[in-house]
Structures are given as C-alpha cells and as structure tokens.
Design a protein around this ligand. Sequence first.
Ligand code: ES4
Ligand code: ZN
Length: 336
Amino acid sequence: TIDREFLKALPKCEHHMHLEGALSPALLFQLAAQNNITLPQDDECYANAETLSTRYKGFTSLDDFLGYYYMGMSVLIQSSDFEALAWDYFQHASADGVQHAEVFFDPQAHMSRGVSYKTVLSGFTAASERAETELGMTSMLTTCFLRHLPPKDCLDVFESDDVQASYEAGAVKAIGLDSSELPFPPDMFRDLYARAKAQGLRLTAHAGEEGPSSYISTALDTLHVDRIDHGIRLAEDPELMAKIAARGTLLTVCPLSNVVLRCVDRVEQVPIRKFLDAGVKFSINSDDPAYFGGYILDNYVAVQHAFALSVGDWETICKAAIEGSWCGEERKKEML
Ligand code: ES4
Ligand code: ZN
C-alpha cells in the first residue's frame, strides 16, 4: 500500500517554495522580539503565535495571504535571520525526503525595507551550504520579481550591482515572477526576461494559479520560460495542454496551497489525473509551507489521498521532477 512512509522514501525534488514562506509563527515572534519589531497593533491575529496560526487557516485569496506574507517578512533583518529561516526549511525538507530543492526568494520585498541584498543572500547561502554538508541535500536559489510592482523597478533591481554579481558568481541561477497574479499578465515583464535569458539564466514564472490559462501561453511565448509555477488552469485549455505536454515543460504544482488560497475547493479538483493522462510533466511542491499547513510530504500524502495513484504514477511524477531539475546531469543520475 502507498502510505506516508512509502511517499517519504521517494527521491524528491522541490521546485516551488518561497523561503520567506517558511517563516513559522514561532520564528516570526522570536525574530520580532530579537529585532525589536512592532507587529500591527490593530490586527488581533498578531496577539501570539496561536492566534496567527488560526488566522492562516482562513485565507480567502492569494492577496489575503500575501498581506500576511509581506507583514511576516518585516521581522527578517540580519543575515542570521535569513539563515535561520532557510535552515528551518532545509531540515523539514530533508526529513520529508527531499534530495534537491530549488527555492525562491523575493529581493524586492527586503531591499524596499532597507535590508541589503547582500544580507539576504549571505544568510540563504550559508544555510544552503550547511544543508549540503550536514544533510547531503543540494539546493539552488532563484530571485523572484514582484509583479505587482512596476516592471521598471523589477528591471532596476535585476540590473543592480549586487544582484548582477550574484548571477555572475553562480550563487543565483534563475529568475521567477511572483506576488499578485491578477491583473499583471506576464508580457509586462518581457524586457526583464529577455535580459535574463541573454545572460544564460534559467527562467520560470507563476502563471495560471488565479490567472487564466492565457497567462501560461504568454509566459511561454513572450517570456520564453523553461518552467511554469502552478499552471493548474492549464487544464481548462486542452489544446494548450497538448502543446505543453509535447514541449515537455514542467509545471510546479502546489496542491495544499491551491486549497488554502481557494483556487480550488478540494485537492481532488487539482488536475493531477488530467495532467498524468495528457502526459503533462509536473512536480508536487509546498509553496509557502509555514502558511499553508504542510511541507512537501504533506502535499504528496494529500495527492495520494485524493487520487489513489499507483506506484507507476509516483515513478512518473518523481522522474519528471528529477529530470526537470536545474542541477547537473550527474546529480540527476544520483537521484534516479
Ligand atoms: C506566492 Cl502562492 C504564491 N503565489 C504568488 N506569489 C507568491 N509569493 C509567495 N507565495
Ligand atoms: Zn508560489
């Protein structure tokens, strides 16, 4: 039988998680105290970690969640805060059987608060190196750009010296696009993506989470992304689904996120079976584990509970995740 232990033992790669989304209420209050950060007095959810956790169970939309996500980040000040945050995630991921993680962070959400990019990057890099030596887990960092901000701001941050230095040093190898999806279609960011592509960076973008399937085709055709984050609304467009299956583009699906943010009512409505039947490649991921009530293994378990997949289905999913990873071929062979 396929139980939690079976799913835990599968060689997993995670491709869609925001390091800032690993900030648990407990760590949030601890860092707020350490850094003398005052949390909103007028929102009773910030009374304590328990009231905040309770509020996290009642998100009404992506934007409702994002308000808490950006507020949470206000406690992250020192490099050691970013290291503690990422280390917390890597430990959870390793315990869940993750061998390789490609993780997002949001430079603009920190730089706009006066926290330097170098501070953020050095903390995340330290945790990533520790994960490799102590847990045997490899990882890669992706800078995500905030689509609710003007494209010119995103481009300016992309071109800033510290950010460019991190690409040149290979500390960051990819860019992504996140935050409020509607009404910010991917083609607004064509200049940013053209520059990133010219520099040899890997490209991904959130599309088809709350937004329509046309955002997925635009991300492919105008941004030339290698991957689509979420992409669940692809199932509404069978023609595009066939095209993506033929191209072999990987979707990074986040089932519990989709339920908690009310993109779907139940995990059963995430188009897992449709994607398997259509030959669309996808991985299963946690997105913002501390906010959505589960790390990657909880997502695997929820999918198994909803779809009663076979051992062969799980082999297909894990193989697609390994092959769709951006690590080297040698690392992929170790995981296969
Ligand atoms: C996010 Cl679930 C989701 N969607 C878009 N942007 C995000 N940033 C963090 N989590
Ligand atoms: Zn996401």
